[in-house]
Design a protein around this ligand. Structure first.
Ligand SMILES: [Zn+2]
Ligand SMILES: [Zn+2]
Length: 346
């Protein structure tokens, strides 16, 4: 049914895409990010969602008639970004792979790395501040400038400029990386922002959002996810800036097309009834989510970073005793103002 709807949507859009030169498909891959961009016959893919999204990625590329991905971008090696890229790699010729990292100890990443090696595709780390062309569009690399301890904060951040519009993709960058970007003095005001880290409260600081000042904000998030995404704070900051929000949990796949002047948006579905894009937070969905997410025995908070971890997470194991704060439940940790770790997703 979902596939039929997507096919219908693609059919409806075929004419629009044919006349528009840039298209950005922000795919509904549940909790994760996957973006397919086309520009003047060139294809760039940014992230591929979780491994479970592989079939969807494969079908979507086939339905668009894509046989070659000129530029493949892995923003960072977490499985909700790298997972479905292996499917893309196996079904399409690929020109170049950009990623900020060569090694990460996670099965989904290692599988992707092995597949890339089999195809003689080295990982290329683009330098921040440089740019490359993508059809008639220009893509600037905004980060990372320096490597942080947190994998999310090493996300490759790209800004696409096409005609009068700009599109900013931030991966899972959190506040420290946002500060780096702000400090670099790079131009970051953008028409469209792919909101960092699925709308998490550990990203999208007020200063960063103000500087970007997006007309349109895209959030890749699964319904009833247990990570606390998107955070109400982030949604209300975007509302205050007058940004229109599109969320994959409510809108499904979102497609933007532009001829360089006009910008058109089509969504797989429209939120109805109580589903308000600005007020429907994870908190209202946790009842459903808790069943899918068995509780851990306890959670370890870090009083300094204000993040909390599963007991077996490296973040908890390496934490110095004096920074530890133990919570019996994740709700307790969240009520105390702690954010879930981006690596162990407690
Ligand atoms: Zn993520
Ligand atoms: Zn991540």
């Amino acid at each position: 049914m979902k596939r039929l709807m997507i096919l219908f949507l693609l059919f409806m859009l075929a004419a629009a895409i044919a006349s528009a030169d840039l298209s950005i498909h922000f795919l509904d891959v549940g909790q994760g990010d996957a973006v397919i961009c086309t520009c003047d016959g060139k294809v760039m893919m940014i992230d591929g969602g979780r491994p479970e999204s592989s079939q969807m990625i494969y079908s979507y590329l086939r339905d668009l008639g894509i046989e070659k991905i000129d530029i493949m971008v892995l923003t960072h090696p977490h499985s909700d970004h790298v997972g479905g890229l292996s499917a893309a790699l196996s079904s399409c010729d690929t020109g170049i792979i950009y990623t900020p990292i060569y090694y990460y100890n996670d099965p989904a990443f290692l599988r992707f790395r092995d597949m890339a090696a089999e195809r003689n595709l080295p990982f290329v780390m683009p330098l921040s501040g440089t740019s490359f062309s993508f059809g008639d569009a220009r893509v600037t690399v905004l980060a990372p400038y320096k490597l942080f301890g947190d994998t999310n904060d090493n996300s490759l951040v790209l800004r696409i400029a096409y005609g009068t519009h700009t599109f900013l993709f931030t991966g899972d960058a959190e506040v420290p990386e946002e500060q780096e970007i702000l400090g670099s003095g790079a131009e970051i005001a953008s028409t469209v922002l792919k909101v960092g880290h699925h709308g998490s409260g550990s990203s999208s600081s007020e200063a960063f959002l103000k500087a970007v000042h997006p007309k349109i904000a895209l959030i890749g998030v699964g319904p009833g996810n247990t990570y606390g995404h998107p955070a109400l704070d982030v949604l209300s900051r975007l509302r205050d800036l007058g940004s229109e929000i599109y969320r994959t949990d409510l809108h499904g796949t979102v497609i933007l097309t532009s001829d360089g002047k006009k910008l058109e948006i089509t969504t797989e579905r429209q939120p109805t009834g109580e589903e308000d894009v600005y007020t429907l937070s994870w908190a209202m969905l946790t009842g459903a989510a808790e069943e899918e997410h068995p509780p851990a025995e306890y959670y370890v908070g870090n009083v300094k970073s204000q993040k909390f971890h599963l007991p077996e997470c490296e973040g908890a194991l390496k934490m110095s005793e004096k920074n530890k704060m133990v919570f019996d439940t994740r709700e307790e940790a969240i009520a105390a103002g702690y954010q879930p770790c981006g690596t162990c997703h407690p």
